[in-house]
Design a protein. Structure first.
Ligand SMILES: Nc1ncnc2c1ncn2[C@@H]1O[C@H](COP(=O)(O)OP(=O)(O)OP(=O)(O)O)[C@@H](O)[C@H]1O
Ligand SMILES: [Mg+2]
Length: 309
């Protein structure tokens, strides 16, 4: 449904996107992950035809973002990361205007706007002018544009940033509804739980390049250390990292927080006594131990961190 074909995009001399190629299938939910500044929003803006790529192309249902931008715009609906509104309009007027320009019939638009604002619990708030809205409410309005439009291809750039917990769950439900109706969804997010829960496949962008694409479970399984032992020590955790890295089956050791060591292993269960012994014999005091499967967060850190797999 969506093909990014060797997309390059520079801002003046700065290369933000350096040759990205990937495909999103019809009716798929594709999670776009990557560190701040990796190029996610730039990819979305080029797909939205807001920016023109320096080279390469993006095809949406076979239509080129470069040679047929009008056709592409008709197919997609986008919730931008950082929307800029005309401050004079109310939130409801913005939604009415959006429904009109995207061709939603008037009565249907009124019904959908009422429904979506009701689900977010902002029927009253929506009468305020946009400059008065809180950050979270602004984000709800931006998402509401897509839920009112109900496009063939729905794109969300950080849809749940600033949102409270019930609203996040509501957005997820509403995205699920879009997908049930047959939409294809591109979801850029920095929330790994969101990506894991929502995505059929994810792609991790790093420094303007696509580092890896796969289903969340494929990517978790692709980590060399399939098991992770997490050790919480009373003190001095970092001084044991080097020691543990000398064990043959230990792939690497991270310290995600103070006095915690994450030990990535090819075989966790049988090594646990050895690891505990090593630390205890050097005077380390272990407070707690847990054995974990890799999470999408581990996948993210592996493919974007300094220690690449
Ligand atoms: N309009 C612009 N002019 C100049 N540089 C830009 C512009 N927009 C983005 N950039 C730069 O391009 C790079 C990619 O930015 P982009 O917004 O695509 O990242 P992102 O992956 O969406 O990050 P985030 O997670 O923070 O949203 C960054 O280094 C950013 O500073
Ligand atoms: Mg962004």
């Amino acid at each position: 449904m969506i093909e990014f074909i060797d997309v390059h995009k520079s801002y003046k001399n700065f290369q933000a996107v350096k040759g990205v190629t990937f495909t999103i299938q019809d009716r798929e939910v594709f999670g776009l992950l990557g560190p701040n500044g990796a190029g996610k929003s730039t990819l979305i803006m080029t797909m939205a035809t807001v920016y023109r790529p320096n080279s390469g192309d993006i095809k949406v249902d076979g239509h080129s973002a470069i040679s047929e931008p009008g056709r592409v715009k008709e197919l997609i609906g986008i919730s931008f990361q950082d929307p800029k509104y005309d401050r004079i309009l109310s939130a409801r007027e913005i939604l009415e205007w959006h429904a009109r320009v995207t061709g939603v019939e008037r009565g249907e638009a009124r019904r959908r706007i009422h429904e979506v604002l009701g689900k977010f619990g902002i029927l009253e708030e929506a009468n305020k002018r946009t400059w008065m809205l809180s950050g979270g409410t602004k984000k709800k309005i931006e998402n509401a544009k897509v839920f009112v439009q109900r496009p063939k291809v729905a794109v969300f750039d950080e849809p749940t940033a600033y949102l409270d917990v019930p609203s996040r769950l509501m957005v997820w439900d509403m995205i699920d509804e879009l997908r049930e109706e047959g939409a294809t969804v591109l979801l850029a997010t920095n929330m790994m739980d969101e990506a894991d829960r929502m995505s059929d496949r994810v792609g991790i962008v790093n420094q303007g390049r696509m580092a890896i694409v796969g289903t969340p479970s494929e990517l978790k399984a692709s980590l060399k250390g399939k098991d992770i032992i997490e050790l919480r020590l009373v003190r001095d955790a970092p001084q044991f990292a080097g020691e543990l890295e000398q064990i043959q089956e230990v792939e690497r050791v991270d310290s995600p927080e103070e006095n915690v060591l994450s030990v990535y292993l090819s075989n966790g269960k049988t090594l646990l006594p050895l690891i505990i012994n090593k630390i205890s014999s050097k005077g380390g005091i272990i407070q707690s131990v847990s054995l974990n499967e890799p999470t999408l967060e581990d996948v993210f850190l592996n493919y974007t961190g300094s220690k690449l797999v």
